[in-house]
Design a protein around this ligand. Sequence first.
Ligand SMILES: Nc1ncnc2c1ncn2[C@@H]1O[C@H](COP(=O)(O)OP(=O)(O)OP(=O)(O)O)[C@@H](O)[C@H]1O
Ligand SMILES: [Mg+2]
Length: 214
Amino acid sequence: MEKIFEVRNLFYQVGDTKILKDINLDIKKGQYLTVVGPSGSGKSTLMRILASMLSSTSGEVKFDGEPIETYEPIQYRQRVSYAFQQPTLFGKTVRDNLKFPFEVRKKEFDESKAIEYLQMVNLSADYIDKSVNDVSGGEKQRVALLRNLLFPPEVLITDEVTAGLDAENKDIVHKILSEFNQQGLTILRVTHDESEIEDSVDKIKIRNGEIEDD
Ligand SMILES: Nc1ncnc2c1ncn2[C@@H]1O[C@H](COP(=O)(O)OP(=O)(O)OP(=O)(O)O)[C@@H](O)[C@H]1O
Ligand SMILES: [Mg+2]
């Protein structure tokens, strides 16, 4: 399989603190890679670098064969989408959030598509008019995830996106992500969830800023 990411000798340092140390990693197109490791080990930092939201101190990241810095950030974000560990909703209503992916692409908002996506994550059609202040934590995570998926990227990075969800809604999210993965989406999933870790086929562990062999 073709490589979508090639990471070579990557370091990330803040002051004297080395947060990531000599990371080397290949990710294949279509892979569903689970990233595990203790809290504070550097998982989100690595994901933010791959999402081009943070620059490494040294080393190289290639996306689709080219250094990550050569891509135009707005276009890059449409190809590599990061679902945050602690998402925030913006604007006034859920609609404002689901409209956003259309706006950045200068497309007309497709309300029926937005509603269809809400229903996919177990939220009813009337949710679209719900105030962002009245949305629960677990609902917020699902709405935020839809922002990432309405126009599927090539790579989706999910950073503990199921952490606040009950078993039923976790399963819904797992099912959707599997379906997108089967259609070719590359997924990098950061998780502490025992059952997700057990179910994962491809897995890397980060400990103390380094990739640890199992
Ligand atoms: N800008 C920064 N300045 C100083 N320290 C930072 C900075 N960003 C991250 N860190 C530190 O780097 C380490 C790795 O953080 P990171 O968020 O990547 O961990 P994580 O593996 O995602 O943890 P968790 O599982 O709790 O989400 C932590 O010790 C964190 O405090
Ligand atoms: Mg994290």
